[in-house]
Design a protein around this ligand. Structure first.
Ligand code: CA2
Length: 146
């Protein structure tokens, strides 16, 4: 049994409260619940962490080193700007899944660049709440292949 760490970045705590046309009506607790169910169905444990602060996200990634087999991360808008989060992910040796509710490639130009994309194992984007389950299943499949 392994630990999968799910990290959610800035503003994702507001899910379900605003912009339902873009992000849906489900709450972050709903999404985390789906992710946890997928991890437990595969015999793993899911830990989850949300923060609006870049440094706290970096510390969570560092804390996964040598402890968690996989990190699933929705970095929010830090996806497009944070070389510091990209560096933290690069220093983490486990499976890494970048996750987005929306299809960032179909939105504004500035959302089409991910600075974390080059350092992750793979990306799940555009499937809304379902993406949380899919991202954990992708991490589990990647762990089984390793
Ligand atoms: O699609 C995603 O999951 C994003 O990571 C969500 C971020 C956005 O900046 C990324 O480009 C794509 C936004 C986080 C959620 O922001 C909300 C704001 C208001 C109400 C609900 C959510």
């Amino acid at each position: 049994m392994s630990i999968i760490l799910l990290i959610n970045g800035p503003n994702l705590n507001l899910l379900g409260e605003r912009e339902p046309d873009v992000y849906g009506t489900d709450t972050l607790a709903d999404c985390v619940g789906d992710a946890r169910a997928a991890a437990e169905a595969a015999g793993h444990t899911l830990e989850d962490f949300q923060s609006n602060h870049e440094g706290e996200l970096i510390e969570a990634i560092q804390g996964a080193r040598g402890r968690c087999a996989a990190v699933v991360i929705n970095p929010g808008a830090f996806t497009h700007t944070s070389y510091a989060i990209a560096d933290a992910l690069a220093a983490y040796d486990g499976v890494k899944v970048e996750l987005h509710l929306s299809n960032t490639n179909a939105r504004e130009e500035w959302r089409r660049t991910s600075v974390v994309g080059p350092v992750v194992t793979g990306t799940v984007a555009g499937f809304g709440r379902t993406g949380y389950r899919l991202a954990v299943e992708a991490a589990v499949a990647s762990l089984q292949e390793a």
